[in-house]
Design a protein around this ligand. Structure first.
Ligand SMILES: [Zn+2]
Length: 174
């Protein structure tokens, strides 16, 4: 059981392109375990957050972990292979921002993702709405992109306390 420190905005590691996983060895097992332990810990402490990407805990690898009440799974080497033309506006934040503020940004309403599971099995799956925006957020991390990069109007930044008072709804990208 290892809870890793979250890499915070300003650390150049968050801006690097992550490397694809080549062999599904002990090294991957360690990343999977640390991602799960760290996300579980943060969810308990902060009562929010649904996913985490390996670069956020210091592993420059293309691995994402999603942990929601209805579904928990790993995505290894995920790639978005299709985006719906339709977009929607979502409130987003990030553990790498300490969730200190939230940003309102545009995401594709649906995406198709090609990924491997932790055993190397290949999947192509379509995701919509909450899962679509969540996976866009997490896969962005694998390419050095932060949710704040998607801001088109800097007035769409809200401090956490105000966001909780005014906008909080179940399910938020992080
Ligand atoms: Zn994030």
């Amino acid at each position: 059981m290892t809870i890793r420190d979250t890499v915070l905005l300003g650390d150049p590691r968050l801006r690097e392109e992550a490397h694809g996983v080549v062999n599904f060895s002990d090294e991957l097992a360690l990343i999977l375990e640390d991602l799960k332990d760290t996300l579980t810990h943060i969810q308990k402490e902060q009562g929010m957050g649904r996913g985490m990407a390996a670069p956020q805990i210091g592993y420059p690898k293309k691995v994402v972990y999603i942990q929601m009440p209805e579904r928990s799974f790993y995505l290894v080497n995920p790639a978005i292979i299709w985006r719906s033309p339709e977009t929607f506006m979502v409130w987003d934040s990030c553990f790498s921002l300490n969730a200190a503020f939230f940003v309102k940004i545009s995401r594709n309403k649906a995406i198709k993702v090609e990924y491997k599971d932790e055993d190397g099995g290949k999947h192509i799956e379509e995701f919509s709405d909450d899962m679509s925006e969540l996976l866009q957020h997490e896969i962005d991390h694998l390419h050095g992109v932060m949710c704040t990069d998607h801001l088109t109007d800097l007035r769409n930044i809200v401090m956490k306390e105000e966001w909780e008072k005014r906008y909080r709804t179940p399910g938020i990208g992080m």
